[in-house]
Design a protein around this ligand. Sequence first.
Ligand SMILES: *Cc1c(COP(=O)(O)O)cnc(C)c1O
Length: 367
Amino acid sequence: MNIPLIDLHAQYRELKTEIDGAMRRVLDSGVYIGGPEVEALEKEIAAQTGARFAISVANGTDALTLALEAAGIGEGDEVITTAFTFFATAEAIVRVGAVPVFADIDPVTFNLNPVDVEAKVTPRTKALLPVHIFGLPADMDALQSIAERHGLLIIEDACQAIGAEYKGRPVGALGDIGCISFFPTKNLGGYGDGGIVVTNNEGLADRIRLLCHHGSRRKYFHEEVGYNSRLDPLQAAALRVKLTKLREWNDRRREAAVRYGSLLSGLPLALPAAPADYRHVYHLYVTLTKDRDRLAVQLKRHGISTGHYYPCPLHLQQAMSSLGMKRGDLPVTEQVCERSFALPMSPHLTREQQDYIADKLKRYARG
Ligand SMILES: *Cc1c(COP(=O)(O)O)cnc(C)c1O
C-alpha cells in the first residue's frame, strides 16, 4: 500500500466539478486581478475567523511581513517567537529589519512556553509572534497577559491552523493581527501560493491594504513604497469552494487523530495531546520517538511516507547565525526536533490506511 503524508489530489477529486466550475467562471469573467471572487473570499475569511477585516495577499510569508511592517516594527525592535516553526516566521521578522528572539517551547504542545517568553522580554521588545504549530493554538491567555504587562502587540502565525479554536474562539483574531497561508498543503490550501491577514484594528487593516498595493490608494499615485502582494482571483475562487468543506475536513482530521490515539496506544511513541478547551485541527500529526530515522526508513519500505518537522530549529539555521545562538540554548526545541515523527494525516486518510500504518508500527515495536 502506498500512503502519502498528505493526499492533495484526493481533495481535488472530492470537489472537482465545483472547483473546475469556479476556475472557469474566473477565466470567462475577464477579471484576473482583484474583483468579486477576491472580495467575497475576504468577507468569508473575516466571518470564519470572527475578524472585522481580512486582506488577501500573495502568500503566508507576505502576510507576516506586511503585518509586522504595518504594525511599525522595524530596525532596532525585537520580536519574541518560536524556533520550532517553518523558516518564514523568523524570515519575516528579519525582512522588516527587526531581530527575532527565540523562546523555548512546551514539550507536550510544542507551542511557546510563556515562562520563557516573559524571561526574554527586553526594553526593545515590540511584539510576540506565537505560531499555532501543527494546528494547535498557542497558550493565548498567558501570552496576552505578558503582552499587556509589557505593552506588546500580538501577531498570530496561524498559517497551519485555520479552523482551530482556543476556548471556543477561532484563531486569527485572538491577538492584534493574524496571518494565514493558503499554501496547497495547509488545511485550507489553494492551487498555488496565497495568504491573508486578518485583524479587528481598522488602522492596521488600512495600512496593510495600502502596503500590498504598492503604497497606493488611487491608481498611479503612491503614498509610500510598498509591495505587490495580491491573491489571484483564480486562487480565491478555488479557495471559496474549499472553504465550504473546511469544517468537515478539519473534523475528519480530528477523527483520524482520535483513531490513531486508540490504534497506537502502548507503543513507544508520544502522541500529540491537546488541552481540553483547544480545538486542534491536526495540520500535521506529529509524534515523538527516540528512534525516528530507523522508523522512517522501515515505514518507507512498506510504502508509508512520514515527515520530519523540523530537522533544524531556526536558531541553528545558517541564515540566523548572526544571532549568535548555539546548540543547548533552546533545549526543549532541540530535543523535539530530534525526535519529531509525523504520520500521514489528511481529511482523506482512510481507516484501512490507518490500520495498515498501525500494523507496521506494531510489528516494528515488537522487533
Ligand atoms: C506555511 C507557513 C508559513 C508561510 O506560508 P507561505 O504561504 O508558504 O508563504 C509561515 N509560517 C508557518 C508556521 C507556516 O507553516
